[in-house]
Design a protein around this ligand. Structure first.
Ligand code: ATP
Ligand code: MG
Length: 283
């Protein structure tokens, strides 16, 4: 699943999930971010892709950008090439901070793993006796250093983040992340969905303004749980790609190339993504 040819646009970069393009006319301030159907887990891109995923995640990102009153990277109006219209966003090319701004409202994933070792996450001490899936007393900001392509992102302390981006940017990013998380959680709960954790990325524009970038609050960057199920005590039943992670954990020892995903897993994941979008947009 390689990057599409788009007349007028030069392909410049492919991440695990998205392909980036610049206009061929040389406008360096503009970027076209195209979400593919690729799915990644444990930092590996898997085969096959999930049909419709690029579109669903782009719709969900857009919905959230519309509902969050913070500066973002979208360029309006969105004049998009027809070839990729439904899975692309036209954005300002920002000077990105090399930080994944993770906020956790619940204990899960790498946060749960770290907690079991140290009763803390990214240097933030937590109460004793918590278990996987528990709600934290307050949401916490747990940054990760964005590793270069092919390497694992690394959880870091806030002190380390200050060394990387400076004290002013670090505290601004933390405040922004926690505010957006709080707002998004309230909106999600009104839809019967728990936002367990998420990751934001920010960059600075040419005027020095910090803008929310990348994808936002998608099921690739967030853990969403059904609220009713959580209240009933069900843990780990999520709208995100947990289905893929669980299947892979049970069928792959982590060495060599991951096995192809069975049709049934692909279909269930696709349906789950669609259901989440439906919860938010009612579309
Ligand atoms: P990596 O970034 O290491 O390639 P990834 O697999 O997360 O990992 P993708 O998410 O597929 O990559 O690609 C999107 C890329 O575009 C990310 O590197 C992200 O930081 C970058 N990006 C998102 N928004 C902007 C923006 N407005 N300006 C510049 N870069 C951006
Ligand atoms: Mg990414």
């Amino acid at each position: 699943m390689s990057a599409a040819e788009i007349p007028g646009w030069a392909h410049t970069y492919s991440g695990k999930v998205r392909d980036l393009y610049r206009p061929e006319d040389g406008d360096t301030g503009v970027l076209l971010v195209v979400a593919s159907d690729r799915v990644s887990a444990f930092d590996h891109v898997l085969e096959p892709g999930i049909p419709g995923k690029g579109e669903l995640l782009t719709s969900l990102s857009r919905w959230w950008f519309d509902h969050l009153p913070v500066p973002n990277h979208l360029i309006e109006p969105q004049r998009l090439p027809v070839e990729v219209e439904r899975r692309a966003m036209l954005v300002r090319s920002l000077d990105m901070f090399p930080i994944e701004c993770v906020v956790r409202g619940y204990l899960s994933g790498s946060g749960w793993a770290e907690y079991q070792q140290s009763q803390s996450v990214c240097g933030i001490g937590l109460p004793a006796g918590l278990t996987s899936g528990d709600r934290l007393p307050v949401p916490i900001f747990t940054p990760a250093f964005k590793a270069p392509m092919g390497e694992h992102d690394e959880n870091i302390t806030f002190a380390r983040m200050i060394e990387i981006v400076g004290a002013d940017a670090a505290s601004e990013l933390r405040t922004l992340s926690l505010d957006i998380f709080q707002r998004a959680s309230t909106i999600a709960e009104s839809k019967g969905v728990i936002l367990a954790d998420t990751k934001f990325e920010f960059g600075r524009d040419t005027d020095g303004v910090i803008r929310l970038a990348d994808e936002v609050l998608t099921s690739d960057s967030s853990r969403y749980w059904d609220q009713e199920a959580w209240v009933a005590g069900v843990r780990g039943q999520s709208f995100d790609k947990q289905i893929v992670r669980d299947w892979l954990s049970a069928h792959w020892d982590g060495t060599g190339t991951p096995p192809p995903l069975p049709d049934e897993i692909v279909e269930r994941t696709s349906a789950r993504y669609a259901e989440l979008l439906d919860r938010f947009t009612g579309a």
